[in-house]
Design a binder for this molecule. Structure first.
Ligand code: SF4
Length: 367
């Protein structure tokens, strides 16, 4: 185990009340007995992998962590706090869907030291909410955010980009309603359509028409300008926040900080090794994992990919230590001259104006 560096904890809750039509994640609609069985294995894993390192962030993701009952939620939190040294001011995020947010749960989360909510809004357009199979309507999403904001200052909302008829103007209108309610952070995800989903079938049958790639990028750019005009910073390709409300948990991932992931399919990163729990109930129960020992080239690629996609940038000394002088790359000089890249001391940044071209730029800069 690494020396006493700060770490993060991720807890995966792979259950949902209903499968959304676009969802290709490992999420399951199951009964209470199966949830209890999973929680037994999960709590056991949390106990068994105990470390002394101080914990700076905790993140409950899914799936839908907000569907857990107060007792179930408390049970997991108690195991964490009993076994780990969690900082008093640790960021503690829970992902929540509007339909499973209740006053009782908000009270309980608050009592259990949760201080950040990430709410799966996706859209405020009624037709799209129905078509993608969400369990809330516009009114419910707004009401629940209002309710959550009474107790939580730090509320984030997820937005999907690429839904039918949702151009930049509509996205900005949706975003303005969220900001008016005091949302401090917005994560934007491009709609990806996977073959094994209902949405894919709907598109095949011409019952749904998402935006094409060009429209999607134009809408994203419009939303991005809107959010930045409102004072938010695009601190990562898909994430916008008012100053001070950036997700510390995600920043730890992008900085290649260490973290422990508990639960089905959860990933951990400790001592330069990536370890993944299997994403089946049987595999998780049997404690099976897949270990990935990164080669030097893979580490270089990861440092470049993670650093350039966010405000942290790439620490050039780390690349040099791994034997890669990026300044000798054939694209480097031009990118600096064109303002695509900026070098400040030993840190290299991608100009956020070029985030939409990041895949190509990053690919060109790899060894
Ligand atoms: S709530 Fe999220 S994880 Fe659950 S089915 Fe919908 S998209 Fe998938």
């Amino acid at each position: 185990m690494a020396e006493n560096k700060d770490m993060s904890i991720y807890v995966h809750i792979p259950f949902c009340e209903q499968k959304c039509n676009y969802c290709a994640f490992a999420s399951f609609c199951v009964n209470q007995a199966q949830i209890e069985d999973y929680l037994n294995d999960l709590c056991q894993e949390i106990e068994q992998r105990k470390v002394d390192n101080p914990i700076k962030t905790i993140y409950f993701g899914g799936g839908t962590p907000s569907l857990l009952s107060p007792e179930q939620f408390k049970r997991i939190v108690d195991v964490i706090y009993k076994n780990y040294n969690v900082y008093d001011n640790a960021e503690f995020t829970v992902e929540a869907n509007p339909n499973s947010i209740t006053e009782e749960k908000l009270d309980m989360w608050k009592k259990l030291r949760v201080n950040r909510l990430s709410i799966g809004v996706q859209t405020l357009k009624e037709k799209n909410l129905r078509k993608i199979g969400r369990l809330h309507d516009k009114m419910m999403a707004l009401e629940k955010i209002k309710l959550a904001r009474r107790q939580f200052d730090n509320v984030s909302a997820d937005i999907l980009i690429g839904l039918e008829d949702e151009n930049g103007k509509q996205l900005a209108k949706n975003a303005s309603m969220l900001l008016d309610l005091g949302v401090k952070h917005i994560s934007c995800y491009l709609l990806e359509v996977y073959e094994n989903t209902k949405l894919y079938q709907m598109i095949q049958d011409r019952r749904y028409k998402p935006l094409d790639e060009e429209e999607m990028i134009a809408s994203f750019n419009k939303l991005s300008s809107y959010l930045q005009d409102k004072g938010m910073t695009r601190y990562e390709i898909s994430n916008f926040a008012y100053p001070g409300y950036e997700s510390k948990h995600n920043l730890n991932y992008w900085a290649r900080g260490e973290y422990l992931g508990f639960g089905l399919g959860a990933h951990s990163f400790v001592d330069g090794k990536r370890v993944a729990n299997l994403d089946s109930f049987a595999g998780f129960k049997a404690k099976k994992t897949e270990v990935e020992d990164l080669s030097e080239t893979e580490q270089i690629e990861e440092i470049i990919m993670l650093g350039l996609r966010c405000c942290l940038g790439v620490d050039l000394t780390k690349l040099m230590a791994l034997g890669y002088d990026i300044t000798l790359n054939s694209f480097y000089k031009d990118y600096i001259q064109e303002g695509v890249l900026t070098q400040e001391g030993e840190t290299l940044f991608l100009n956020p104006v070029f985030y939409h071209l990041s895949n190509t730029i990053i690919a060109n800069l790899l060894p």
